[in-house]
Design a binder for this molecule. Structure first.
Ligand SMILES: NC(=O)c1ccc[n+]([C@@H]2O[C@H](COP(=O)([O-])OP(=O)(O)OC[C@H]3O[C@@H](n4cnc5c(N)ncnc54)[C@H](O)[C@@H]3O)[C@@H](O)[C@H]2O)c1
Length: 255
């Protein structure tokens, strides 16, 4: 039996690096998948890459909008009848600036997407997952949600906040058989790190990568597929007694 047979999953940030790799894993294990993202072009591309499978729908949405969030839950239920797994994974990095010089508009935007977006995904998941008899909500936080990261006040603060959202939801929803956990990755190879490396060292982004890698005992960034493996475990019944937890996946960076 496949690990997600007869399950339906929503993945926000579904056309990004981690979202798409997770879709690959979830499909392989038998799930139906709704990819939700702001970027329609990338969603269409992702659907193609996933083989135009009948078990995949894509929905354009801004996770910080309540209306869009209600809509992507509705569209998923219309397509597949129910939802069992919600991977609240959409997020933005903001800018690399000192606290003193941080731009207020960027701070507001990062909070809106990374905090309000996760809040709305959990809030609107609740009635739908209750109807399915329970389920698993997984939130992509970060190691910056567990410890300080200089020059990333909005991002680090927002990722700490997702831990608060997760913990509150986990204790409230345990009685409904809804589990809620965060994944807390260290740097993951892909678009977001290229953007941050350029912010840390505009003249020599590769040096910024080397510097970050030197802080990781395993000496490298994570691969998106490694984050997807953890998401799969937290989505599956193999983690059925795990709720309210943070899960660093970081090559030893926070130990
Ligand atoms: N890449 C890393 O190093 C890293 C490390 C720790 C945590 N994370 C977190 O992992 C998650 C996924 O990041 P990724 O590495 O795949 O980056 P990514 O940029 O490849 O993917 C993020 C996706 O979110 C989408 N998105 C952004 N704003 C949105 C909105 N308002 N509504 C809907 N979709 C929106 C983007 O279009 C993009 O497809 C993010 O929450 C990120 O903060 C990433």
């Amino acid at each position: 039996m496949k690990r997600l047979e007869n399950k339906t999953a929503i993945i926000t940030g579904g056309s990004g690096g981690i979202g798409k790799e997770t879709a690959v894993r979830f499909l392989k294990e038998g799930a139906n998948v709704a990819l939700v993202d702001l970027n329609q072009e990338a969603l269409d591309e992702a659907k193609k890459e996933l083989g135009e499978d009948d078990r995949v729908i894509v929905v354009k949405a801004d996770v910080s909008s309540a209306e869009d969030t209600i809509n992507f839950f509705q569209k998923t239920v219309e397509a597949f009848g129910k939802v069992d797994i919600v991977f609240a994974n959409a997020g933005i990095e903001g800018k690399v600036h000192s606290f003193e010089d941080y731009d207020d508009a960027t701070f507001d935007l990062v909070m809106k997407v990374n905090v309000k977006g996760v809040y709305l995904s959990i809030k609107h998941a609740i009635p739908v997952l209750k109807k399915a008899g329970g389920g698993s909500i997984i939130v992509t936080s970060s190691i910056t949600g567990l410890q300080a990261t200089a020059k990333a006040v909005a991002y680090s603060t927002s990722k700490h906040a997702t831990v608060g959202l997760m913990r509150t939801a986990a204790v409230e929803l345990a009685k409904d058989k809804i589990r809620v956990n965060t994944i807390n990755p260290s740097p993951v190879d892909g678009r977001m790190m290229r953007s941050l490396e350029a912010g840390y060292n505009p003249e020599e982004a590769e040096a910024a990568q080397k510097n970050l890698e030197s802080l990781i005992p395993m000496g490298r960034y994570a691969e998106a597929s490694e984050i997807a493996d953890l998401a799969l475990f937290l989505a599956s019944d193999e983690s059925k007694f795990i709720t309210g937890t943070t899960n660093p996946i970081d090559g030893g960076m926070t130990c």
